[in-house]
Ligand binder design. Sequence first.
Ligand code: COA
Length: 568
Amino acid sequence: MRILLLTHAFNSLTQRLFVVLQQDGHELSIEFDINDETTQEAIDLFQPDLIVAPYLKRPIPDSIWQHHICLIVHPGIVGDRGPSSLDWAILNAETSWGVTVLQANAEMDAGDIWAVVEFPMRTASKASLYRHEVSTAAVQAVQQAVVNFCTAGFQATALTQHALAARGQLRASMQQAVRQIDWQHDDTATVLRKINSGDGFPGVKDRLFGRDVFLYDAQEAFGMHGTAGEVIARSGLSLCRASKDGAVWIGHVKDKAHHHPFKLPATVLFATESQALHDVPGLDGYQEISYEQGGGVGYLYFPFYNGAMSSKQCQDLLAAYLEATQQDTRVIVLMGGTDFWSNGIHLNMIEAAKSPADESWANINAMDDLSEAIIRTTSHIVVSAMQGNAGAGGVFLARAADQVWAYKQVILNPHYKDMGNLYGSEYWTYLLPKYCGKEHAERITQARLPMGVSEAMDLGLLNAVIDGEKSYFVDAVKEKATALAQQTNIHSLLQQKTMQRERDEAVKSLANYRAEELQRMKNNFYGFDPSYHVARYNFVYKVCKSRTPLTLAGHRSRQALDLSRRAA
Ligand code: COA
């Protein structure tokens, strides 16, 4: 069946649907919802059997839903309507929530219902819930809706007739006044719920050091107390602010009036003000990197916000990694974070730097140092264990390990080119052909498409898929890593690894790979072509795309090919 994904952006949910529906044997194409005419053009070109809209910011035009079945993925329970579904669910402390697939009609979110999947809520940010529970439920619901579409005689249920309709309701777009934190009277749980309800977007409007800001990335600050509302300490990237009954760490902040009006770490945006604050060391404060050990295995966690890794974060992680290699263990597992494993260099920090070109250079070198340390490790078997997605340099950093394990729902974006033709480093020119073969390496980098775990396994980007419930991922990894550490032939595995590294080095040294990649990166950062700087600016400032890239809009690339053939 031909399915057109009509979407505001190729976000994580759209990527997952793209991967899963293709795996189910459908022909997929993507069109960004830019205006009525381009959408109509896409439909004329692709002639879809079905249109699925996973992420829209405006209603589907009448001229389209009146002539095609358009299924909207709504991140809410049956009957829930409005643009702030998840925000309300978090703020109202709902214990369960859902995704409804409904047919577009004249009234927003009120069309006939094709499928519903519910899930238990978790205490987490909106973005985290969206990436995990909502995406998983949405994929199941869309798959069900597609089966229904193919079932003769299937009748979608009118909202008023639906057995589950009583609970949901029409809710307004959530205004800042609703989320506003009353620091004198809100307890820690309420503060966290408010910040979680707006994280990653739009954040909670607040005032810090006399400036209007938006807050993100909050965690309970255990053991911290102070006068309610006061900023009482700093730790790493975070500021600690007292609530009525405790305190929270605030990791990221946006000041729209600042000359860098995008999300930045709190202690970066308030660099001067935070100097005067009491500095709580990592172990008692806000810990971005943590290590634990057991059963001959060391586990390194690095849940960097949005998976972005600044120069300093790379250096800190390298130091923690080198320390892990000094321990009496046999295996090191690089755990990343729950939401992302890594998305490569920190584009916001680069954008905010005095010289973005210099900071890009420093950041990629810091990533390379880390990647190199992992590749050169011969004392341990190193495993990358992905609970969350990885993109760009993050994928190749993971591949620097001997084994890569990923949760079954992980999506990888093993390519750099979308960032203004960025060449990429992290030793990808060594790692990708080594694990996937030269031809596949070429195809992966050119295609610029997301891939699921089965394709990544077939290609050699992954070594194992971790099945089961997401909440058991860490336990499953620990079981597998412990078994690996206890393998009787571990010494011979390490010996083989050392010999293989020596052979690879003799063919072409790591220094050569690095020098060649960095030469190309130098052109990206300092050369005449500003594409990377423009693409990074657009990414950080969230400039909407004005057309669908041809790599995604298969219907348009086929048309372009036909035209060029005719011209030739
Ligand atoms: N640096 C800074 N922020 C990053 C980032 C990076 N490398 N990668 C992702 N983010 C941020 C996004 O800006 C977004 O921020 P928000 O919280 O304000 O919404 C958030 O992480 C989630 O990213 P989003 O693009 O919405 O996630 P996605 O799952 O839809 O897409 C990627 C994932 C990896 C395809 C996409 O984020 C991406 O292309 N990232 C850039 C990768 C890159 O080019 N890195 C540099 C080269 S190594």
